[in-house]
Design a protein around this ligand. Structure first.
Ligand code: DGL
Length: 270
């Protein structure tokens, strides 16, 4: 079982930030990635829809032999994690708890800001997780729906993106939040632009890197880490041919995306 692949899924290409972190942290693991490009974005959809899409994908990957499932999407982690943990026979790791633990370790002022999609911010998942670990934490959450399309257009270093970021992040000028959780798997690609805007006073918490460390811990705890000395493989699948963003992300993240395949996700019950 320890030689079985780690399944990773996202609504599209953004979850490759988690894949890249997993490849660095756990180079011996085989990774089976599914990006649901046919149905992206999840960020404006309802809980029922996000649960259904997530369960369909996770079941397919577990059916292909995955030893654990990593939900490399903040929106699916915020809305579908309880359902996946209830219905799957393998362990499931999301991106929210690892990001929350890193934010709590980083903040000195006790005020944490979170940015994400409308669905993630609307779910209140980050506030709940932050407050359940530290009752007096203050949280400022901001939905930033324009960032995903800007990133997908490859505008990672562009005055338009800088202007949109400045508008969204304006509330941070007025408060003492000292830690910003990048609560969307696309956002690590904007880390440099956000750091330019924020200067050194704001610690950025990248949920991808923290998730990869949490997956390593989970594999160790369950005795599922791949045997030492092996070199893991990467299989990328997408439900619709990905556009130029796959190249942009692959290049920015140092991943070989050339062998990506087109996949069909069976509906539940088939
Ligand atoms: N991957 C999603 C997330 O991390 C962003 C893209 C979407 O809206 O589907 O929240």
């Amino acid at each position: 079982m320890s030689s079985a692949p780690v399944a990773v899924f996202d609504s599209g290409v953004g979850g490759l930030t988690v894949v890249s972190a997993l490849r660095r942290e756990l180079p011996g693991e085989d990774i089976l990635y599914l990006g649901d490009t046919a149905r992206v974005p999840y960020g404006g959809k309802t809980r029922q829809t996000i649960e259904r899409y997530s369960e369909e994908i996770a079941r397919m990957l577990v059916g292909e032999g995955a030893k654990i499932v990593v939900v490399a999407c903040n929106t699916a982690s915020a809305l579908a994690l309880p359902r996946l943990r209830e219905t799957l026979d393998v362990a499931v790791e999301g991106v929210i708890t690892p990001g929350v633990l890193a934010a709590l370790a980083a903040t000195r002022s006790g005020h944490v800001a979170v940015i994400g999609t409308k669905a993630t911010v609307g779910s209140g998942a980050y506030e709940r997780a932050l407050r359940s670990s530290r009752a007096d934490i203050r949280v400022t959450s901001m939905a930033c729906p324009l960032l995903v399309p800007l990133i997908e257009e490859g505008l990672l270093d562009d005055p338009i993106t800088d202007a949109v970021l400045a508008r969204y992040l304006e509330p941070l000028r007025e408060c003492d939040a000292d830690t910003l959780v990048l609560g969307c798997t696309h956002y690590p690609l904007l880390a440099a632009a956000i750091a330019r805007w924020a200067g050194s006073g704001l610690t950025l918490v990248d949920s991808a890197a923290n998730c990869a460390r949490a997956v390593g811990d989970l594999l160790d705890r369950s005795g599922l880490r791949a045997p030492a000395g092996r070199l893991g493989s990467l299989h990328l699948g997408f439900t619709d041919p990905p556009d130029r963003f796959l190249e942009v992300a692959g290049h920015a993240l140092g991943l070989d995306t050339a062998s990506a395949e087109l996949r069909r996700v069976p509906p539940l019950g088939q």
